[in-house]
Design a binder for this molecule. Structure first.
Ligand code: THU
Length: 127
């Protein structure tokens, strides 16, 4: 667990956030214990910015990971930063009801389940 939080905090240091200066890190653990990290990568057109969480999950899927245990999200806020709406949708579809730990560099943390953040999701079961 600490390793996952440390990985998210370290990933945050690699954020490319010249516009917002709001740096976020994420670390996703798969069923084999492999950890995939992500940071937010901003773009001058703003709308093409990708959040840390989606970078992490897309990296993981592209490396062949398919089942996930836990996600950690790190940002330097006292009110712990949760995944945005777009990331909640993507996480739901690719990770299911995953456990998410929100953390800040001061060590404050909170553990939530994705279903608490994202009730009544639309997903492939409707198609
Ligand atoms: N951001 C994330 O990477 N993850 C979150 O959970 C919240 C927001 C990024 C997107 C953008 O680069 C910056 O934070 C400000 O919204």
């Amino acid at each position: 667990m600490n390793q996952l939080l440390d990985a998210a905090l370290a990933a945050r240091e690699r954020a490319h956030a010249p516009f917002s200066k709001f740096r976020v890190g994420a670390a996703l653990e798969d069923q084999d214990g492999r950890i995939f990290t992500g940071c937010n990568v901003e773009n001058a057109t703003y709308g093409l910015t990708v959040c840390a969480e989606r970078v992490a999950v897309f990296k993981a899927v592209s490396e062949g990971a398919r089942k996930f245990r836990r996600l950690a999200v790190a940002a330097d806020t006292d009110r712990l930063t949760p995944p945005c709406g777009a990331c909640r949708q993507v996480l739901w579809e690719l990770c299911g009801d995953i456990e998410i730990t929100l953390v800040n560099p001061g060590g404050k943390l909170e553990v939530v389940q994705l279903r608490e953040l994202f009730p009544r999701p639309f997903d492939a079961s409707f198609l």
